[in-house]
Design a binder for this molecule. Structure first.
Ligand code: GDP
Ligand code: MG
Length: 180
């Protein structure tokens, strides 16, 4: 069976934009259970002849954060982040954790990082599934240089990309398929 890659991150970091760039037409919406955050899109992608499925976990509703959507405004918002991270860890062979170069590290990013770490399982001394840290919206040299700040999330080397322009995605996909 094909490897499954999940896109995870707080709202507005560009998960759906990256999903659309990497996959063709979304295949199906599954488990769209009202009142839950389990709705997600599956797409198919490939790189260097290696096929994989990709999931846009969506699901975190920014309006559930009553205050600044970049801050953690409500317990409902944290619940949604938790459920998205748990789902991704259960379903994915590799997780792409998406963040935003234009905002820098936010409290919600730290929350997502903690949830992912909490849900990963240690297998033979390695944490599974592996998480690749993606710093999106790195549209310019100045924004790309902001990517180093994301080391503080403790998720390894950040990959600076622009989902809109397509820059940096080749290096990211090389690293992604190396994890399969
Ligand atoms: P999601 O909530 O994580 O799925 O984010 P979306 O894919 O819906 O994108 C949120 C906003 O960020 C949209 O206005 C996108 O056009 C914008 N966006 C996404 N990727 C990029 C990028 O690489 N550069 C810039 N400048 N904007 C982006
Ligand atoms: Mg989206």
């Amino acid at each position: 069976t094909k490897p499954v890659v999940a896109l995870v991150g707080r709202p507005n970091v560009g998960k759906s934009t990256l999903f659309n760039r990497l996959s063709g037409e979304p295949r199906a919406i599954v488990d769209n259970i009202p009142g839950t955050t389990r709705d997600r899109l599956f797409g198919e992608s490939s790189w260097n002849g290696i096929s994989f499925d990709i999931i846009d976990t969506g699901g975190i509703d920014p309006s559930s954060s009553r205050k600044d959507p970049l801050s953690i405004g409500s317990s409902d918002y944290i619940k949604q982040i938790r459920s998205q991270a748990e789902m991704a860890v259960q379903e994915a062979d590799v997780i792409l954790f998406i963040t935003d170069a234009s905002t820098g590290v936010t409290p919600a990013d730290i929350e997502v990082a903690e949830m992912l770490r909490r849900n990963q399982k240690e297998v033979d001394g390695r944490f599974r599934p592996p998480v690749l840290l993606v710093v999106n919206k790195a549209d310019s040299a100045g924004l790309r240089s902001n990517a180093v700040d994301f080391h503080e999330l403790g998720m390894g080397e950040p990959y600076a990309i622009s989902a809109v322009h397509g820059t940096g995605t080749g290096d990211l996909l090389d690293a992604l398929v190396a994890e399969f």
